[in-house]
Ligand binder design. Structure first.
Ligand code: FES
Ligand code: FE
Length: 374
């Protein structure tokens, strides 16, 4: 039996939004290649010549650190015959980026500096054939790139959007994220559309069912309260929990900027289009999503601590394990949902229950960018 109820304000997006390759291609162009996209953790590129390649929309973007120590981003495409310059996900070049095909060589600012026999090729102007640059900004210790020729204002569309949803407060600023050190990173290859992952992150209706460890520490989540989006709320730890850890054991010292009002509290925020940040007193968890296909999304998750915690070699595994389990539980739920998106039962979408109504705003944001609002 199929239902044919017309989509309403309380309906999710229709199933095709999660399965249609053509719609995904439009999301790549009109969303990921247009907005600021959180691509790389700045400290991962720890020296001149260190590079990382990431997929942004349909493009491969190469991010590297130049000799002055600044991050630079380019399309990962050689200007000669279009070979991919770097095929590895990360690495370090000594002085320059050399194409493996005919050895055109670019400096770390993307300038074409050498090519075999170039001096005899009078019709090739070196100045004309540098790598295509990509706009890059650093914030929160991450490099954000934008492929649009004229990027939207970072202050308004990223920082302003976050501050606006935090009621104009600087909740994120208290945690000094840019100064934190990487304790652990997990990468998840999720067989689900990126929007299912965002929607899941934005609701807590599922917490009681699938997150036993999380609801131990944050009992309020057992009620399915939609705290994930409204970060200003900051649910409190359970009385018996000493820290934000898998067994409720004590964590580390509170990060220096975190005020008393934020102690023993958990804050979470979605930074559109593809970042989630979780803030707890002694560490910060940053998720970056890389949508690779309509049914595949890679999520890179960083657990960040005070530098002295990481340098001391302290055991961070109990705090990592808590959200690692949450991630595995969440991504399993998303993977369980993905196949049903192409079912006739989901042709008109599903239902947003009251605690998920704010997800409707995310759907409006997506459809507006796809030119399908209304
Ligand atoms: Fe890169 Fe020829 S394609 S040098
Ligand atoms: Fe969850």
């Amino acid at each position: 039996m199929t239902t044919t109820a017309a989509p309403s304000l309380l309906a999710t997006l229709p199933g095709r939004y999660y399965t249609d390759p053509e719609l995904f291609r439009r999301e790549q162009q009109q969303l990921f290649e247009t907005e600021w996209f959180c691509a790389v953790r700045s400290a991962d590129l720890d020296r001149p010549g260190a590079y990382r390649t990431v997929r942004v929309g349909a493009e491969s973007v190469l991010i590297t650190r130049n000799r002055k120590g600044e991050l630079r981003a380019f399309l990962n495409v050689c200007r000669h015959r279009g070979a991919q310059l770097c095929t590895e996900e990360s690495g370090t070049v000594r002085r320059a980026l050399q194409c493996p095909y005919h050895a055109w060589t670019y400096d770390l600012d993307g300038k074409l500096t050498a090519a075999p026999n170039l001096t005899r090729m009078t019709d090739v102007d070196r100045g004309e054939y540098g790598l295509h640059g990509v706009h890059l900004r650093e914030w929160l210790g991450y490099g954000w790139v934008c492929l649009a020729p004229e990027p939207p204002s970072f202050e308004e569309t990223v920082m302003g959007d976050v501050a606006g949803r935090l009621g104009g407060t600087d909740v994120i600023g208290h945690y000094g994220i840019e100064a934190l050190a990487l304790g652990t990173r997990h990468t998840y290859d999720v067989a689900a559309n990126w929007k299912l992952i965002i929607e899941n992150f934005m609701e807590c209706y599922h917490c009681a069912t699938i997150h036993p460890e999380l609801t131990e520490v944050l009992p309020e989540f057992a009620d399915g309260f939609a705290a994930q989006f409204y970060v200003g709320h900051g649910p409190e730890f359970a009385e018996e929990a000493q820290g934000f850890t898998v067994d409720g054991s004590a964590g580390f010292d509170r990060l220096p900027g975190v005020p008393d009002s934020h102690d023993r509290r958990y804050y979470a925020i979605t930074i559109r289009p593809q970042v989630f940040v979780n803030l707890v007193p002694d560490h910060v968890i940053v998720h970056r999503m890389f949508p690779l296909a309509e049914d595949r999304t890679v999520v890179e998750c960083d657990w960040l601590y005070a530098p002295e915690v990481v340098e001391s070699g302290a055991d961070v595994s109990r705090s990592v394990e808590l959200f690692h389990r949450v991630n595995l539980q969440d991504f399993a739920a998303c993977e369980r949902t993905q196949p049903a998106m192409s079912s006739r039962a989901y042709r008109n979408g599903g239902v947003l229950v009251p605690s998920e109504h704010h997800i409707g705003e995310f759907h409006a944001w997506v459809t507006e960018r796809l030119g399908e609002a209304g």
